[in-house]
Design a protein around this ligand. Structure first.
Ligand SMILES: [Zn+2]
Length: 256
């Protein structure tokens, strides 16, 4: 049975919340709980009963609504075992390689430090779905608040090892700015240029660009393309390691 997904925007930081629902088991998971009112409104709109929250990392725009929603619904809260800041309200902690079962579906936990050191992502192999939090964005990646370039590069390599048809849900609508930046380091990438145009059209109609797929990200996301000869030549880094090229791309994005 295929799971149903409901995505909704919230907050001033262009966040997305996501609900995952199994209509047979009548179980529902929320990825993060950054805005309690928005999450409760999403549950009301879908009519889905919340059974679990899956926290990706400790940042306030991912956990601010957690205790309110947990008190209102009695749901179970899963979150990172690797702790960089305490998260109030966690019932179950998961680290890299852990797995658990949600409504009969196996969920694999992938630790992807870089944006924060506690970041975990949730992958459902049977559904080809991954929730990447603030690690992998559409044509971008999260800023390095707690980790460094090589750490984030290694984390993204864990994600690109998943099947290319995996559908990726991330936590922010940063795509248009990411596309503009991507073109500055990979200007002759036809797939990227076409996608940047398509993204502008979607955003002009206030439509989401999330979810994406790993295949589309491999073709257009410069943070996954540190091994690309054209990008390396553009940066004058033909002989550098992939992690060094990644770190330079991240540095340029931060300065953009
Ligand atoms: Zn964050």
């Amino acid at each position: 049975m295929t799971l149903e997904v409901y995505q909704y925007p919230y907050g001033p930081g262009a966040n997305y919340g996501v609900l995952l629902h199994d209509p047979v088991a009548k179980e529902t998971a929320s990825v993060d709980a950054g805005d309690g009112a928005a999450l409760m409104a999403a549950l009301e709109k879908t009519g889905w009963p919340l059974t679990e929250i899956w926290v990706t990392h400790h940042h306030h725009d991912h956990v601010d609504g957690l205790e309110e929603v947990k008190a209102a619904t009695g749901c179970t809260v899963r979150g990172p075992a690797p702790e960089s800041q305490p998260i109030a309200g966690l019932d179950l902690r998961h680290g890299d390689g852990d797995s658990f079962v949600f409504a009969g579906h196996s969920v694999h936990v992938i630790h992807t430090p870089g944006h924060t050191t506690d970041m975990i992502n949730y992958y459902l192999p049977s559904e080809r779905l991954v929730f990447t939090g603030d690690t992998l964005f559409v044509m971008g990646c999260g800023r390095l608040f707690e980790g460094d370039g090589p750490m984030m590069h290694a984390s993204l390599q864990k994600l690109v090892a998943l099947p290319e048809d995996t559908v990726v849900y991330c936590s922010h609508e940063y795509t248009e700015a990411n596309a503009d930046f991507a073109l500055t380091v990979d200007p002759n990438n036809i797939a990227l240029r076409e996608r940047a145009t398509a993204v502008k059209a979607l955003r002009a109609e206030d439509k989401p660009t999330v979810p994406t797929t790993l295949a589309d990200e491999l073709a257009t996301n410069p943070f996954l393309r540190a091994n690309d000869p054209a990008i390396r030549a553009h940066l004058g880094m033909e002989d550098a390691s992939d992690a060094e090229v990644f770190t330079e791309i991240r540095r340029r994005k931060d300065a953009a």
